[in-house]
Design a protein around this ligand. Structure first.
Ligand code: ATP
Length: 309
């Protein structure tokens, strides 16, 4: 796969002196969905704003489809659609006009069939003649996406697209994103809803304090970083665990009815087999056991707090 976006040594120091990006390198493949996760102030919006030409970098390079965003701004920008965090739309304009005008801004010839297909794919076709002010918040967000897609970009940035959107609309939004991916659009999204990044992204990039801490395929990240939890339900309640288990990371829970054991999927041995036989040797009878993989959220919190340490 070819890289649609290449970022090398990107730095940004604002006039205030604050260094929002301190050397970002990133390559994005055509057709993938990348989730950019980071705590508040990590530099996500700064990064997206530089790629979209809204903020000037202090140093470094960004190429979109091979075009340098500084030297070849128009060609680079034409390949990008941006769905910003804030809803800023002309309230008295119709949905149709908002989307059609946006295409014109990129110097693309009028193409009503394309605008129609974009509006239909976002379930906005029935609202094409409505004024923006008549729409619900969720619909306005979809208009922002339609607007960003009007000029047929190959890469779409969604900056916190589901902030403040209810659960049902959020689901709908992710279906739209899946549909775009099916059409070959590369998608980069920032989100605070980690479980959604977990659900939808192909790769996850974690950014903190202006630096990319890691970029990795989601499945591999979860396997590599994942802690697993073994939950052992006991046949009979116990008051305390025998002293020999003191330093094995066991936790007695549910009023003595269950034991939690945390183990690392990276280790050669998990220690489960010996633990179970030791428990049996102590006369502790099991009723049931289950395991749980740590979520991306736990991995993310772990990474960011490690970085702060
Ligand atoms: N115009 C500006 N002038 C000075 N500092 C700024 C400016 N814009 C952003 N910053 C600072 O740069 C840092 C990164 O901000 P940025 O908005 O890129 O973070 P973010 O990851 O998008 O955060 P959030 O999740 O809160 O949107 C923050 O410390 C912010 O205060």
């Amino acid at each position: 796969m070819a890289s649609i976006l290449e970022i090398d040594g990107l730095k940004k120091r604002y006039d205030s002196g604050h260094e929002a990006l301190s050397g970002v390198d990133l390559k994005i493949e055509e057709g993938e969905i990348l989730a950019l996760l980071g705590p508040n102030g990590a530099g996500k919006t700064t990064l997206i704003s530089i790629i979209c030409g809204l903020v000037n970098p202090s140093s470094g390079q960004v190429r979109v489809g091979g075009h340098d965003i500084g030297r070849d701004y128009r060609k680079a920008r034409a390949l990008i659609g941006l769905v910003p965090q804030e809803i800023a739309l002309e309230p008295f304009e119709t949905v149709w006009n908002v989307v059609r005008f946006s295409r014109g801004l990129f110097g693309k010839p009028r193409d009503d069939a394309h605008i129609e297909s974009v509006l239909r794919s976002l379930s906005l076709w029935d609202k094409r003649s409505a004024q923006v002010r008549e729409l619900s918040g969720g619909m306005k967000r979809r208009v922002l996406i339609a607007k960003a897609l009007a000029h047929e970009p190959r890469i779409l940035f969604l900056d916190e697209p589901t902030a403040g959107v209810d659960v049902e609309l959020r689901r709908g939004m992710w279906e739209v994103v899946e549909g775009l991916r099916a059409r070959g659009v590369t998608i980069i999204l920032t989100t605070h809803y980690i479980e959604e990044a977990e659900e939808i992204a192909d790769r996850i990039a974690v950014i903190n304090r202006g630096q990319i801490l890691l970029v990795e395929e989601k499945a591999r990240l979860m396997a590599r970083m994942g802690q697993k939890e073994l939950r052992i339900e006991l046949q009979h309640k116990v008051d305390a665990l025998p002293a020999r288990f003191a330093d094995q990371g066991l936790e007695l829970i549910d009023d003595g009815q269950a034991i939690l054991f945390h183990y690392d999927t990276r280790g050669d041995r998990t220690g489960i087999a010996s633990l179970l036989s030791e428990l049996a040797g102590e006369g502790i009878v099991l009723r049931d056991i289950s395991t749980r993989q740590s979520s991306l959220e736990e991995i993310f919190v772990g990474l960011v707090s490690e970085d702060a340490a």
